[in-house]
Design a protein around this ligand. Structure first.
Ligand SMILES: [Cu+2]
Length: 193
């Protein structure tokens, strides 16, 4: 009797860990180019600190990549690969000017690092070259993805639950929607200016 109860408990536990997460996929439409989709802040939930470093290059008078998404707390290394000096600054994060910052200006082959502890949309600019722009999306959760050029996205391994999911595109207003994840789930977004 006791042994069968233990076996049942083991079976439930094994089934539970396998079943309580899924892939969230869908499509962002109404816009051109790459969009970013991320699960917004989850009340009462924290995540292991992001230890990964990522690089944004300034090459050919462009930010490369033009759009990058990272988890909150990630350190970004801003590299200059051009023969001219570049600057990196952002006037705000998600419109909050208090979070604006100027990294300074540096020559070819050098880089400067910044740890992004505040989530939000970081519009990257260079005050030497007004035509240069890039976007860093700092996601408050590890559940984020870039879309492909058709707008399709896939966020893997999202635990079952009710979330607010936000879709961002540089040419449109961001949109946030309540999304219920139960195993493999879908969420579609229609963005407009
Ligand atoms: Cu520049």
């Amino acid at each position: 009797m006791k042994r069968s109860a233990l076996l049942l408990l083991a079976a439930i536990t094994a089934f539970g860990t396998a079943a309580f997460a899924g892939t969230l996929h869908g499509k962002v439409s109404g816009v051109k180019g790459v969009s970013v989709v991320y699960v917004d802040t989850i009340a009462g939930k924290t995540f292991p600190a992001a230890t990964q470093h990522v690089t944004i290059d300034q090459k050919g008078l462009m930010f490369m990549p033009h759009i990058l998404a990272v988890q909150q707390g990630t350190t970004v290394e801003f590299l200059n690969s051009d023969s001219v000096a570049h600057n990196v600054f952002w006037p705000s994060i998600s419109g909050d000017k208090k979070l604006g910052h100027n990294m300074g200006t540096w020559p070819q082959g050098q880089h400067q690092s910044f740890k992004f502890d505040n989530p939000g949309i970081v519009p990257l600019l260079c005050n030497v070259h007004p035509d240069m722009s890039g976007y860093l999306i700092v996601s408050p959760t590890p559940y984020f993805a870039l879309t492909d050029k058709t707008g399709a996205f896939k966020i893997e391994n999202v635990p079952d639950g009710a979330y607010t999911v936000t879709a961002w595109n540089e040419g449109a207003k961001s949109k946030s929607s309540p999304v219920k994840v139960a195993g493999d789930s879908t969420a579609d977004f229609m963005l407009s200016k």
